[in-house]
Design a protein around this ligand. Structure first.
Ligand code: LMR
Length: 335
């Protein structure tokens, strides 16, 4: 039986749904998600019209001769796809098309996530770890949680690591420092334009030790306006430029999310993950909300005790409000 700590290095079964799968599967097969010595078996699920393309991806995976890749299941059958998976990366969803109302997209995705939740509930490994990427990511994850009650709630998360990485990138560009020297930004709340990217506790490693980002940037106005909106709107900016939504950065960040969750975060650092709120920082329980988390032994825990100023409080509450509305919209779509 596979466990995060076993030394025999049993293959891990990783499910990837949807089309940015094309960007993430080579990363997983190269060890970017689970480490360079962990074999993987990839399960790829897509919809019927994409069945031929999916066969092509399987052929390419074989052709790439990844030493860690011990098998590929490429299917349009959700039951076959979910069978015994240890990790599920849920990227597939119904994209918003021109002229569609938010409620229309929500209702399609909520139904998809309800169906996939049932398949995971019945067929995945009982300790399967789930990462929802498809939008609205937090609310899709919440629906998945509600319809897969036997998967522990701590195992159902959504991606805000992409926003976290975007925030690191913006600070690194602004200060002209290496992105690897910036740490402990926080994304609070929803993976949407109400998210709150917070640098109040962020640090840069310099030649003279660690320095707070606030001290190095020394331009509160930029931090409270342009920085925040750039991170909030980055997904839309990429769609505008590429005419497609982010794929390589989303795939890479999804690998970061799972890798840190499974293998742990370095001492004194944290990352952002959308997780089931336990009421920490006054956020209503029962939402999937992005918090700062530290990970060890395959478990995340919310970093406690960070000081929250008035500016942050208002922004954290505003994004929570949006999630409360999305939750009730999702439930109304299901009824
Ligand atoms: C992103 O943040 O890049 C995506 O969630 C944007 C989108 O709406 O697809």
């Amino acid at each position: 039986m596979w466990s995060f700590t076993n030394i025999e290095k049993e293959p891990v079964r990783v499910l990837v749904t949807g089309q940015i799968g094309y960007a993430i599967v080579p990363m997983i097969a190269r060890g970017a998600m689970l480490g360079p010595d962990r074999p993987v078996i990839l399960h790829m699920l897509d919809i019927e019209p994409a069945a031929e393309a999916l066969k092509g991806v399987k052929m390419e995976l074989i052709d790439a001769a990844f030493p860690l890749l011990k098998g590929v299941v490429a299917t349009t059958d959700v039951v076959e796809a979910c069978k015994d998976v240890n990790i599920a990366v849920m990227i597939g969803g119904f994209p918003r098309k021109e002229g569609m109302e938010r409620k229309g997209v929500m209702s399609k995705n909520v139904s998809i996530y309800k169906a996939q939740a049932s398949a995971l509930e019945e067929h995945a490994a009982s300790d399967c770890k789930v990462l929802v990427v498809a939008n609205p990511a937090n609310t899709n994850a919440l629906i998945l949680k509600e319809f897969a009650p036997s998967i522990p709630e701590k195992n159902i998360t959504c991606l805000t690591r992409l926003d976290h990485n975007r925030a690191l990138g913006q600070i690194s560009e602004r200060l002209n420092v290496h992105v690897g020297d910036v740490k402990n930004v926080i994304i609070w709340g929803n993976h949407s334009s109400t998210q709150y990217p917070d640098v109040n506790h962020a640090i840069v490693t310099t030649g003279n030790g660690e320095k707070p980002v606030r001290e190095l940037v020394a331009d509160d106005r930029w931090l409270q306006t342009e920085f925040i909106t750039t991170v909030q709107q980055r997904g839309a900016a990429i769609i505008k430029a590429r005419k497609l939504s982010s794929a390589l950065s989303a795939a890479s960040s999804a690998c970061d999310h799972i890798r840190d969750w499974v293998l742990g975060t370095p001492k004194g650092t944290w990352v952002s993950m959308g997780v089931y709120s336990d009421g920490s920082y006054g956020i209503q329980p029962g939402l999937i909300y992005s918090f700062p988390v530290a990970c060890a032994k395959g478990e995340w825990s919310i970093v406690q005790g960070l000081k929250i100023d008035e500016f942050s409080r208002a922004k954290m509450d505003a994004t929570a409000e949006e999630l409360i509305e999305e939750k009730s919209l999702a439930h109304s779509c299901l009824n």
